[in-house]
Design a protein. Structure first.
Length: 235
């Protein structure tokens, strides 16, 4: 099956496409599964919001299942080994924060960083997705905004007390997230995605989120810019 879009032609049945797709698909399935677990942790931490958080977690479990279907549709089985390795440090940061009663970091890691990353990834994937995956990705992308909004509202309601913690968490957790991209770089390109565009989408989403939470636009920009400079120097 070959489709032609404006700039590129993607052969969804070539070995190189399917090989890369199995790892990308693995990342997405493991990422969605992890998001489900994080929301169930948050539901225990915030009993007043438990029902809503369990509902958000259940959406993530559904996303994972539907992305398994995208792999199955192409006749591949997701390769989850790399994904488990790549996502472990971020999950570890979530768990360590929880142990230290640093619930602000738990919210920032799952609802701002992971969700903005997912939104950026799915936005970048949509124009190069096969038609089956396009339907799934569209509805998932729509759902992810609910997850992002939960975190934005939670942090906004407490902005005065949590601003410094939010910033510290971002400085620790965003580089770990960006590191995923450098490792996935060849696979992203092989499925037709532009890693630079993914980073650009992440910056847009994250800037908007920080402003929603209460940071002044120029302060949000400063935080993001310093992260991106550190990232470029490390590359
Ligand atoms: C939150 O709801 C889910 C978090 C998922 C993280 C996804 C990481 C994706 C990395 C690159 C994926 C490209 C998208 C391709 C979609 C099949
Ligand atoms: Fe999701
Ligand atoms: Fe989500």
């Amino acid at each position: 099956m070959t489709i032609t879009s404006e700039a590129n032609e993607i052969n969804f049945s070539s070995n190189s496409y399917l090989d890369a797709y199995s790892r990308i698909n693995g990342m997405v399935i493991v990422g969605e599964g992890l998001a489900d677990r994080h929301f169930r942790h948050l539901a225990r931490l915030f009993p007043a919001d438990s029902e809503e958080l369990l509902r958000l977690g259940a959406m993530e479990a559904r996303h994972a299942k539907d992305f398994v279907g995208c792999g199955r549709n192409l006749g591949i089985k997701a390769d989850v080994s790399l994904a488990h390795k790549l996502l472990a440090p971020l999950h570890q940061q979530f768990i360590e924060a929880e142990k230290k009663y640093d619930f602000v970091s738990c919210v920032v890691i799952q609802c701002l960083i992971i969700e903005c990353f997912a939104i950026a990834a799915y936005r970048t994937y949509l124009p190069v997705a096969d038609s089956y995956a396009t339907h799934i990705t569209k509805y998932v992308l729509n759902d992810e905004f609910q997850h992002l909004n939960y975190g934005e509202k939670w942090l906004k309601d407490r902005f005065g007390q949590v601003a410094d913690e939010v910033e510290m968490c971002i400085r620790k957790a965003v580089p770990v997230t960006m590191n995923l991209l450098s490792i996935l770089h060849p696979d992203l390109k092989a499925v037709g995605m532009d890693p630079g565009e993914l980073v650009a989408e992440f910056v847009v989403c994250f800037q908007e989120s920080l402003e929603q939470v209460g940071f002044l636009p120029k302060n949000a920009q400063k935080i993001i810019r310093s992260l991106m400079v550190a990232q470029m120097l490390a590359a």
